[in-house]
Design a protein around this ligand. Structure first.
Ligand code: DAH
Length: 350
């Protein structure tokens, strides 16, 4: 093997050993760089005759081209290998299952509240919301509740900071204070018309929300929900309350096979007062009277505290328990399940 063929073989071997582009460029410099072997051979031709230069030069050029071809081939091979590594690293397995976001859902009591709002909304009732920290005035006094009423004791009510020493603030024990709050706003908006004798658009509102009492067992939770209803006008009667509430119950439970009973009762803020019971005529709860709401004709003192003349305005109120309605609708027997936050229970209502 002549000297030039050996040089080409050496270059090929050196290139093959280079495993990175940087190695390859170093190997290249040894052969076809400025001070590489080929350049040295060219310089070595100075002493040769013109004819010898021709043949020697041509032979060196052939070797140089062979080395350049080997270099180009190796460069390509390294680039291909690098691309393969990159493709493998970035490979996507499109057959893998997608990553799922946990699917959420509304709490069963929220579903009930939405249902209540939709049904009463369709009967022309507004939805109002009010504070859970309430003053003694709105929660008790304005609702005609006497100073010695048991509901006012520390035993029944959570008192909080604020208010006066004689009438501290509290966590509202029912949604009934919203009767006063909403009516006062409504009257304010329509005062001019009322004073001119033009009358006032009827108050028709429901007020759902959280309420609090010192109470805890399978059917009572210290935090629970209520939904208040109020309907005040110049021509509203107990019959209207009966029609509206019957309609509501039948729509809520999706059953016409259901009867209502208004059982005489007592509340300080209504006179007369009635407890509303329902009875399913078929299904698992058939035959039992189930209490679902308190109700009554709004007491004249309460109408007065709304800023209205009880000789002219008459109205009806009711307060129901969305938690209990939810238990009846879904057949849940322990109220505490609603507030334990157990996903296994809650996900059944999705
Ligand atoms: N606030 C009463 C309670 O918590 C329920 C109630 C009874 C509300 C009669 C009313 C009503 O609006 O008229 O027990």
């Amino acid at each position: 093997m002549n000297e030039l063929d050996a040089l080409v073989d050496g270059a090929r071997a050196a290139f093959a050993q280079a495993t990175t582009p940087a190695d390859l460029e170093n190997a290249k410099a040894q052969y076809i760089g400025k001070s590489g072997r080929i350049t040295e051979l060219m310089k070595g031709m100075v002493a040769l005759s013109v004819d010898e230069k021709k043949t020697r030069g041509a032979a060196i050029n052939v070797a140089k081209q062979a080395i350049e071809a080997a270099l180009a081939g190796r460069r390509q091979a390294l680039a291909d290998a690098e691309l393969q590594v990159q493709l493998r690293a970035e490979a996507l397995d499109v057959t893998l299952p997608g990553r799922q976001r946990g699917q959420g859902g509304l709490h069963p009591v929220s579903l009930t509240l939405e249902r209540i709002e939709a049904i009463f909304g369709s009967m022309g009732f507004e939805v109002a919301e009010g504070p859970e920290i309430e003053s003694d005035w709105f929660n008790f006094t304005a609702l005609n509740t006497p100073e010695d009423h048991p509901a006012r004791s520390m035993h029944d009510t959570f008192y909080v900071e604020g208010g006066s020493a004689k009438a501290p603030n509290l966590l509202r024990t029912h949604t009934s204070p919203m009767q006063i709050r909403h009516a006062v706003q409504h009257v304010k908006r329509h005062r001019a018309g009322i004073d001119k004798g033009a009358g006032m658009p009827e108050i028709r509102v429901i007020a759902p929300g959280r309420t609090y009492r010192v109470d805890s067992d399978a059917t009572h939770s210290p935090m629970f929900h209520q939904c208040e209803g109020l309907w005040i006008g110049e021509n509203v009667s107990f019959k209207d309350l009966k029609v509206v509430f019957t309609d509501f119950c039948r729509t809520f439970f999706e059953s016409d096979d259901l009867v209502l009973r208004f059982r005489p009762s007592f509340f300080p803020f209504t006179e007369p007062s009635a407890e509303i019971d329902i009875q399913f005529q078929s299904g698992p709860l058939a035959g039992r009277w189930l209490e679902v709401a308190g109700s009554g004709q709004v007491h004249p003192n309460v109408v007065r505290n709304m800023g209205l003349d009880p000789e002219r305005y008459i109205g009806f109120a009711f307060g129901m328990g969305p938690d209990r309605l939810t238990m009846l609708r879904y057949g849940v027997n322990d109220l505490r399940l609603f507030f334990d936050g157990d996903i296994r229970f809650l996900s059944q209502f999705r």
